[in-house]
Write a protein that binds this ligand. Structure first.
Ligand code: 9MG
Length: 276
């Protein structure tokens, strides 16, 4: 909890925070179906804590390309017990990965400390929910919806469009909720309605997002862009690529990296920062 709170208070940190991914879904792209029982969820949460995670992100609806939305009740049934189980066996803050206001409300009641919204609080009622809950949020950029977003991503100036969108959403969120700049994290949304060229352009311009004055979160772990940069490596062969991208993101100023492989990422960040 200490480093999570320190980031929110704007203190300088020796390394980027590591957000461990815990998808309690049957169909996520790299770990779908792995963490659906109480025993498995608790074991994975404990392992992430031991490995040095700073926050655990729990999601009950897959956002992989091609994924279809799940009904509210089903999402609640997946995430609420998971939040309680993680809180019971760790003292790590939990982030709830959702765009649905009702899930936000019930998740925070169950113990979630922040909201990770791939829809940047654009759903009807989402801003009001956060104004009420007063928890930090991560606002992500995406073009289109997961079911179809990779069919024809299209930008005139991907960096400018993503930066302007995030800046405008951050302003709107701070105004509507009273959250501080440190409580509103920004995320370019790698792979969400973006080609490899778009992802590369955004990654190399991360400093422009960092300059907006909010913590920046980068999520590239095991994603297709890593596979594409490694001669179409399958998901199981993307570990080194993912870790190296996480380290580079941190060196470019990202405050948080969202990853599946916590131990490997924490070790790599520690070594990189010690040697820098
Ligand atoms: C839920 N989810 C999947 N990928 C993500 C990413 O890159 N960033 C954030 N914030 N959430 C993500």
């Amino acid at each position: 909890m200490r480093r999570f709170q320190a980031l929110l208070q704007g203190e300088s940190l020796e390394r980027a925070l590591v957000m461990g991914i815990l998808n309690v879904t049957p169909d996520s792209f790299s770990d779908g179906g792995c963490w659906t029982t109480e025993v498995a969820i608790k074991k994975q949460a404990e392992a992430m804590q031991v490995a040095g995670a700073d926050v655990i992100d729990i999601g009950g609806e897959s956002t992989r390309p091609g994924a279809e939305p799940v009904p509210l009740q089903q999402e609640l049934e997946r995430v609420l017990p998971a939040i309680e189980w993680v809180r019971a066996v760790t003292d790590l803050p939990v982030s709830i990965d959702t765009y649905k206001p009702e899930v936000m409300r019930q998740a925070v009641k169950a113990g979630a400390a922040m909201i990770n919204d791939v829809n940047a609080l654009q759903a009807s009622g989402a801003l009001e929910a956060v104004a009420e809950l007063q928890v930090p949020v991560c606002l992500m950029h995406k073009q289109g919806e997961p079911a179809t977003m990779q069919q024809a991503p299209n930008y005139t100036d991907v960096v400018g469009e993503v930066r302007d969108f995030l800046q405008a959403r951050a302003q709107a969120v701070m105004q509507a909720t009273g959250l501080s700049a440190q409580q509103v994290w920004l995320d370019p949304g790698f792979g969400f309605g973006k080609t490899l060229a778009h992802n590369v352009a955004l990654f190399s311009a991360l400093d422009e997002l960092v300059a907006l004055g909010h913590p920046v979160l980068v999520g590239v772990s095991r994603k297709r862009m890593i596979g594409q940069l490694l001669n179409d490596a399958p998901v199981t062969a993307r570990l080194c690529g993912s870790v190296s991208a996480a380290v580079l993101a941190a060196l470019k100023g990202a405050s948080v990296v969202r990853v599946h492989d916590v131990k490997e990422t924490v070790d790599a960040l520690k070594v990189a920062m010690a040697l820098l």
